[in-house]
Write a protein that binds this ligand. Structure first.
Ligand code: TYM
Length: 342
């Protein structure tokens, strides 16, 4: 990783605003585990404060936060090696988020395509939090002075904003305090698409359950969804270029590659000329082989919610130990008096 005066540290987060999907797994979780296993310091967060930018049923939010944490652990995150916690337990995030609200410009925020997509025609009626969300996301990252952020492709613009906020803060106060983070958007599945429409992202908020694979789906459901996934009548070509205008076929090839740990080129070489009648069952078998153990382990962990809460609490203590001194220094830099307990 790049030479920087800042210590290499990874931060990333997932919203507990619904069940996790294959997109979250391939674009984020699986990559988080790889980074942990490379021996880099890793801090991972269930971002519950982000989730409430859209109204959440409180009991469901708690359940989804625990389920997300269970997914992290089931996928291979070791809470002894990585820091795993939920955002609201570490108040540094909200505090730094406010300071960044005063650094970020309205114009920058107005250009966020995800806000425009989520607000749609309803922009007068969505929460102020939904608009300010990317500045809280920058705070999540910079409260740890994280240098690298693994995410799926849809978070790229938010990370550019995080860089702009760090640069403006450093300039406004004449300091070299915050690192300018590197997005880590790598691999075959940085943008897993809907199984019903290859031009739309696979998402936990899509009204059609057939459009996605959930990490809680059982083996039969996974196989059925893949069998029914929209495709075209052509066999698979012998080179990736010929998938350019076939978004559904390309998506399935990318999913196969990411699950198998191969490149899309290798998958095309193995399946050149194959019909979907052959490719889909192979993909379904692979998906079940990779996902079923995770689902089973998640179910086992969810039997003991208090153990999950304990892990999140311990993670929050470790996260706080890093973030608190950083945010205290920010208060000093911006000119706040901190005189309690002196
Ligand atoms: P969220 O909860 O929407 O998604 C979590 C992670 O999963 C990735 N992802 C995908 N990757 C590939 N294909 C898909 N179809 C797909 N869908 C989701 C996302 O890119 C993301 O990496 N704003 C963030 C959460 C966040 C965060 C942060 C991330 C809050 N603070 C700080 C990094 C650092 C979000 O809503 O992700």
């Amino acid at each position: 990783m790049s030479a920087s005066p800042f210590k290499t540290r990874i931060f990333s987060g997932i919203q507990p605003s619904g069940g996790l999907t294959l997109g979250n797994y391939l674009g984020a979780l699986k990559r988080f585990v790889e980074k942990q296993d490379e021996g880099i310091e890793t801090v991972y967060c269930m971002v519950d404060m982000h989730a409430i930018t859209v109204w959440q049923d409180p009991a469901k939010l708690r359940q989804q936060t625990r389920e997300g944490a269970a997914a992290f652990i089931a996928a291979g995150i070791d809470p002894a090696r990585s820091i795993l916690f939920n955002q609201s337990q570490v108040t540094a995030h909200a505090e730094l988020g406010w300071i960044f609200n005063c650094i970020a410009r309205m114009g920058w925020m107005s250009r966020m395509t995800q806000f425009k997509d989520k607000a749609g025609k309803n922009s007068e009626n969505v929460s102020l939090g939904l608009f300010a969300y990317p500045s809280l996301m920058a705070a999540d990252i910079l409260a740890y002075k994280a240098t690298h952020v693994p995410v799926g492709d849809d978070q790229k613009q938010h990370l550019e904003l995080c860089r702009d906020i760090a640069i403006k803060f450093n300039n406004d106060y004449g300091v070299d305090f915050f690192p300018v983070v590197e997005p880590v958007i790598e691999g075959a599945a940085t943008r897993v698409m809907s199984l019903r429409d290859g031009t739309k992202k696979m998402s936990k908020s899509d009204p059609s359950d057939q459009s996605r694979i959930n990490l809680t789906d059982d083996a039969d459901t996974i196989a059925k969804k893949i069998r029914k996934a929209k495709t075209d009548p052509e066999p698979l070509p012998d080179n990736l270029n010929d998938l350019k205008d076939r978004p559904e076929a390309k998506n399935l090839v990318n999913i196969y590659a990411a699950l198998a740990g191969h490149t899309p080129e290798q998958v095309i070489a193995d399946f050149a000329g194959a019909q979907f009648g052959t490719f889909k069952p192979a993909l379904a078998d692979l998906a079940v082989a990779k996902l079923e153990p995770i689902t089973l382990e998640m179910n086992r962990l969810m039997q003991d919610p208090s153990e999950i809460d304990r892990i999140l609490g311990q993670g929050a203590d470790r996260a706080e130990a890093i973030a608190r001194p950083i945010v205290d220094q920010v208060y000093d830099i911006v000119g706040m008096i901190r005189s309690r307990g002196r």
